[in-house]
Design a protein around this ligand. Sequence first.
Ligand code: G3I
Length: 407
Amino acid sequence: MSALLAITVTVRAADKPVSLQEIFKDHFLVGTAVNRNMVTGEAGFRRSAEQSAKDVALVKEQFNQISPENDLKWQLVHPRAGKDGYDFSAADAFVNFGLSNKMTVVGHTLVWHSQTPNWVFAGTNPPPTNATSFAAANTNAAPTNQIGRGRFGGGFGGFGVYTGPRASREELLQRMREHIHTVVGRYKGKIKTWDVVNEAIADGGGTNVLRNSLWLQIIGPDFIARAFEYAHEADPDAILRYNDYGLENPAKRKKLITLIKSLQAQKVPVHAIGSQAHLNVSINFEKMDETLTEIATLGLPIHITELDVNSAAGGQRGFGANVADNAATTQGGLVTDAEKKLADAYAGIFRAFLKHRDSVKMVTFWGVNDANSWRSQGKPLLFDVNAQPKPAFDAVMVEAKNISAAK
Ligand code: G3I
């Protein structure tokens, strides 16, 4: 009887499909962005409580690392000025969810041009007279990712950019230091990897390396070095990342390399490169291989931080990540033969991640399934709206098996 039981158990275990976290465990962590309703167990944006429970089950089954899609952004964690201006409830739920499920917990993000409340930049210094016309003047400006019209400071090129009287350099550095020390300090030893500076590089091939953000204008280019130093002071053991999108574009990648080499020359504690990888189905093995080969010359671990592959017909021009652009890039339905193209694209990029497995140490999807993706119309993930695996999931698993077979 007990032998029969043992056989049944073994067969069941063998039947259980292998998960992403399991199949890549010798190579890199596989993670996902999670949103508030997943970590609190409540109904939320786009999902009922029941759907959310399914999403949570999928997270626990497939992933060993989580990033907060929104809840550690300045706007949400520190909406008002001063020491009483923090709201850690959602961030605490996120961290507790990760730790109680034995996952690696990543913090996203400390210093960003977007999703930062206006009070952070406000002060008594008159703004430059051309402050409202930066969108036209700054050819490297990207549209913003801002939330809520006009309430939050964004980048340039859109509504809601803070144009009022400004803080001084010293005031803004002080606010940045206080924010970083409070947030990183609260989760010291729990959040072991942080996106310290997010999307500071200018888009396109222009000559400006840095985005013309309020951080740059008020503090100067050393705002990046200072942010890393403050984060290092707050938690000397944390892995500190520089995180950006569009690094598959050679011109932007060149700027990344210039920036990071300059930080390294100044001995700034930057420990890993975060490549967001918001891609579309035109991506392939060769492009990702070239991207990783060049980034790896910096000698730092590479983390793929926000992976998704847009299948929308309208989203096949660039590798951008701006929410403001997103409606346009998901219009027009899906590309022809979308499932196959998505599977091919994912196969190619995972082949490249595996080829560069000495450098690639973490791969995080930006969403659990197509229902909760920030660009859900483009059906960019490995699981569909019912949390079922798509052909792209199988394609990724095949790449992992090929590597094991080749050993
Ligand atoms: O939660 C509210 C909901 O109550 C409301 O009904 C709805 C109406 O629009 O909005 C919901 O909030 C949205 C929130 O995402 C939650 O889904 C915001 O409008 C929306 O602006 C916000 O967008 C987030 C965006 O960053 C801006 O912070 C996306 O979820 C998030 O995926 C995206 O993530 C960024 C990374 O942080 C940085 N890299 C690019 C990436 C994609 O843009």
